[in-house]
Design a protein around this ligand. Structure first.
Ligand code: STX
Length: 318
């Protein structure tokens, strides 16, 4: 089974002003002359971790990673103004042009898969191939499942804290109740809501719950970016004009070589979305991993993702 490539450091990194409000952190790793690939992180609001550099052969790929608006090291931290899917797509284009890339591979999981699909459908000529994991189309049924009712039945123990953050009379619409708190003027209210929201996601991401992952999302800065930005996007249908926008526009990208990796027991982004995507896009290659949940770091998921980037590398070199 394939494993991650060794840990690496960027050969170049920086901050780029992308609007009057936002400045984003970016980095380039691997081979400066290599096959270009852009990594799109999850959330939205999740930010980068160094492990994300390790899904690509560093001798073959030029790996470009960035913290999306308001995430990670991008500033202002957790800012919602001027922060939409279309702004992120513009930033991806700004980075592509900055690094002189004609056409690149796009790699993204969870929200990163949403953004990858939205980017590819907007700029199909710029995409050589897609590697997508834990498919998330941000449709109302997916949001309801994870934030209102569904996942709650599988993880009642972890659900309790997420639920108890909100008074009983507001629980009929958890997303709206959280949004109110996440944009509150009171810092303690914001932080408490952000931690409960983010720890819920961290607790349910793996087939076997991981304490380190849960603790990571107790950190107020990490939690604020993830919770505020996710809730802001999801309250706005991720700024898509229709509920099923990504599937409705799938014909724009059906010529692009695409690998989909999906954990069978993904509770954050249930496998039905990957199935519906694959059904609408039958040319795509779908791998359902029998013993995995949502996380990029589960063994079977990691192996399938590394195998996908290795096969794209071999195709480029043949
Ligand atoms: N959020 C889906 C998503 O993009 C509903 C996602 N799931 N987990 C993550 O992101 C982190 C790894 C960033 C926590």
């Amino acid at each position: 089974m394939k494993e991650l490539y060794p840990e690496i450091e960027p050969f170049e990194s920086g901050m780029l002003e992308v609007s009057d409000i936002h400045t984003i952190y970016w980095e380039r790793c691997g081979n400066p002359e290599g096959i270009p690939v852009v990594f799109l992180h999850g959330g939205p609001g999740g930010g980068l971790i160094p492990m994300y550099r390790q899904f690509f052969d560093p001798e073959a790929y030029q790996i470009i990673l960035f913290d999306q608006r308001g995430s990670g090291k991008s500033i202002p931290h957790a800012e919602l103004e001027g922060n939409t899917t279309w702004d992120l797509i513009k930033d991806i284009e700004t980075l592509r042009e900055k690094f002189g890339v004609e056409k690149w591979y796009v790699f993204g999981g969870s929200w990163g898969s949403t953004l990858s699909l939205a980017y590819a459908e907007t700029h199909p000529d710029r995409v050589r191939g897609l590697v997508l994991r834990g498919i998330f189309l941000t449709r109302p049924k997916e949001l309801k499942w994870f934030y209102q009712y569904g996942a709650s039945e599988i993880y009642p123990d972890f659900w309790q804290r997420y639920r108890d953050e909100i008074p009983e009379d507001e629980r009929g619409d958890m997303m709206t109740a959280y949004y109110k708190r996440l944009i509150s003027d009171d810092e303690q209210t914001r932080i408490s809501a952000a931690r409960a929201w983010s720890v819920w996601e961290g607790s349910t991401s793996k087939l076997f719950p991981d304490e380190d992952l849960m603790n990571h999302w107790e950190d107020p800065m990490e939690a604020l970016a993830l919770a505020r930005i996710e809730c802001h996007y999801f309250m706005n249908n991720s700024f898509f004009p229709t509920e099923n926008y990504l599937i409705e526009n799938i014909d724009k990208i059906r010529h692009i070589p695409t690998v989909i990796v999906q954990g069978r027991y993904d509770v954050v982004c249930p496998a039905v979305s990957a199935w519906e995507l694959h059904t609408a896009f039958p040319e795509s290659e779908l791998h359902i991993i029998a013993d995995a949940g949502h996380s990029i770091s589960e063994k079977g998921i990691t192996a399938a993702l590394v195998d996908a980037t290795d096969r794209f590398r071999d195709k480029e070199n043949s």
